[in-house]
Design a protein around this ligand. Structure first.
Ligand SMILES: [Mg+2]
Length: 384
């Protein structure tokens, strides 16, 4: 079997896919979306195609090593996202070739179903927001979710007055009151705060017992993350913007956080995500892979979630369950997705939909990340 061609598609806003075709008719699919960077990963995959075409798709680890090491300049989010998509598509091909779910080729599953959380919260304390929030909670509760994530809305300065902090704290306690103590609630600070402000806010919400706070500060400085962790009683998480084992090394070894959130579509794919998880296992850290994109990225996450012991919970957004790209959507039942029995990554892509190319108003650098609005009230640049 040889790789015959690699095609790329952009069928929805913030959705880019690759299809690796072989000379014996087996295709592998994966997601190559890098939010806000619609063209650069596509270009990187085109460059790697020159190396991959004509090669055996089953030597996955060798291709990973070639793409990561042999090109001399290493890492970077565009490069690692391109490697990630190719790696996931090759795992899909391997599973289909051997006619087994790809997890059988990664040591076999250690669990039967994957616990997932949904995005749900409360934008502000107005009656309108409260009733919209309760409506969504009603819908999600029927699917049996046992964990939800939201975050402090808006932009944050290095410090904020008590009223700003208090509003978020009240939101957090309101959510707890609504769901009771059987459900877990977590918050993504999106790296918008300074260590001092994050510690203050975390200590204000600790009484409502969050599951974790994600990216209280940006991911670039593990010592700043450790400072927060050392002053907070519940778990701190990070990792969606860390790109491979070497970028995770200090966060893991210094135990700067308790929970790791590699993004399978940016960290080098399932091959690398598994290695990050195995490394973290030594420190009793658990993975909760980041997945804010589509159903193929979710499949690639669940491939690894199914084979490592130190998996806690999987992120997914509504569009990750299908978004019109699959013949059969992922189903959430009792807050879990049951592992697939189909060969490969367990999804059958609807090729009529997946091979379309979207070029509407939500396409492009600014539109994909919500517009050019990230300035504080003094017109200085704010974190996203
Ligand atoms: Mg996040």
């Amino acid at each position: 079997m040889k790789i015959k061609r690699i095609d790329q598609f952009s069928p929805r806003p913030r959705t880019r896919l690759i299809r690796i075709s072989t000379d014996i008719g087996i295709d592998g699919w994966a997601e190559s979306t890098l939010e806000g960077k619609p063209k650069s990963v596509t270009a990187a995959i085109e460059e790697y195609s020159e190396y991959l075409i004509g090669k055996n798709p089953l030597t996955i680890e060798k291709h990973w090593q070639q793409m990561y090491r042999s090109a001399f300049f290493r890492g970077g989010v565009h490069n690692m996202s391109a490697i990630a998509a190719i790696d996931a598509a090759l795992w899909d091909i391997a599973g289909k070739h051997y006619n087994v779910p790809s997890y059988n080729l990664m040591g076999g599953k250690v669990r039967d179903k994957i616990r997932v959380y949904a995005h749900w919260g409360l934008q502000d304390l107005s009656d309108e927001s409260k009733s919209a929030s309760k409506e969504r909670l009603k819908h999600l509760s029927k699917l049996g979710y046992t964990a939800y994530k939201s975050g402090p809305p808006g932009l944050w300065r290095a410090h904020e007055p008590p009223s700003r902090i208090d509003e978020f704290v009240e939101i957090a306690y309101t959510l707890r009151e609504w769901v009771g103590s059987e459900v877990e609630l977590c918050f993504d600070f999106h790296g918008k705060m300074t260590p001092a402000l994050a510690i203050e806010v975390c200590n204000e919400i600790k009484g409502m017992r969050p599951m974790f706070v994600e990216e209280p500060v940006p991911q670039e400085n593990p010592e700043a993350l450790k400072l927060v962790s050392d002053h907070v009683t519940f778990p701190i998480a990070t990792g969606e913007r860390l790109l491979n084992r070497w970028e995770f090394r200090e966060v893991i070894q210094s135990q700067a956080v308790a929970l790791l959130q590699p993004d399978v579509a940016h960290c080098g794919g399932p091959s690398e995500l598994k290695k990050i998880a195995n490394f973290a296992e030594i420190y009793y850290q658990h993975i909760m892979p980041h997945c804010a994109i589509g159903p193929l990225a979710l499949a690639a996450c669940m491939l690894v979630d199914s084979v490592v012991p130190n998996f806690l919970i999987q992120e997914q957004v509504d569009q990750a369950l299908g978004n019109g790209l699959l013949k059969e959507d992922w189903k959430v039942e009792s807050g879990h997705i049951t592992l697939w029995k189909k060969p490969g990554l367990g999804v059958e892509v609807d090729e009529n939909e997946a091979t379309k190319n979207y070029n509407g108003p939500e396409y492009g650098y600014h539109a994909e990340l919500g517009g050019e609005t990230y300035f504080k009230d003094d017109n200085s640049v704010a974190d996203w």
